[in-house]
Design a protein around this ligand. Sequence first.
Ligand code: GLU
Length: 354
Amino acid sequence: MSSEGTQMRVRIAPSPTGPFHIGTARTALFNLLYARRNGGTYIVRVEDTDVARSTAEHEADILEGLRWLGLEADEGVVAAGEERGDRGPYRQSARTARYAEVAQQLHSRGLAYHCFCTAAELEVERSARDKAKLPPRYSGRCATISAEESARRLAAGESAALRFRIQPGVVVIDDLVRGRVEIDAETLGGDLVILRADGSPLYHFTVVVDDADMGITHVIRGEDHLSNTPKHILLFQALGVPLPKFAHLPLILNPDRTKMSKRKSQTAIADYRAEGFLKEAIINFLALLGWSTGSEDEILSVEEIQARFDLDHVQKAGAVFDRTRLEWINGQWIRKLSHDDLLARLRPFYDRAA
Ligand code: GLU
């Protein structure tokens, strides 16, 4: 239970646009550990609104990888693709009507407006700002169109996106890892498209609607999302729901300290599994990617990690992905296996090679 007495609810929200990634696994683990430590519920939601890039194969790979690592959901989408829990659906592709309903509420309260700008008009604006060395920002050209004018244009068959009004001011994030972060709303790119002209919803909007509907109390995710959080906070406030607490986990870095990428590091969990890494070793290694035990102990089971885990010992600085360390941890875990267990784990490799 959290201090407010509400039941803690955390989630991971993978997009099935690529294979199950080391970074997603680390986020899943930290969410699970935090939930277990605090008697909370750990939810898996599939963010498949990017229809062009989402595939059933990637979703299956992510769910199977989570199951293999022992990170299966308490609630939400589970290994076989089934859903568990009563606050679903837990796949965004099944929630379109809900997004349209909430967008409509924001519009009727004057917090969102129809934007008739065409792609070509927006491109002219964008390139003018680019030439003036200014970051992209919507001018707000449609923000002052009257309700009557807007209704007339829609009735005449003009297509329009729906934009959320970004109010000026400073947005404060009280991050459980990073402390107080202040971001000026001026830097957020202007009023935010929440529904495209074809009615499809955008990520910043869906994530907030879902976190609100699913009663998420703590949003624990990668630092790459920190710059998105002010938009989410403004949307939560507009919906009139309590803000979750935020914790942004340090980036995972290649050995040369650039952001972890497929080109420089092996990122797919399935590739480590196929190479024979033990799940215990991967969990142990992932836990230490940004969190420290505060002691010399390095080889820890998930139960031992769970007993010690807290966000206070999560670092702000990026965590370097060191494959040699993973191999060492794997060696330690292999030595801990009983002969029978080792044999059972070797068997599939032997059968495949035979
Ligand atoms: N779907 C997002 C991603 O895969 C996660 C969003 C979130 O955790 O808020 O990066």
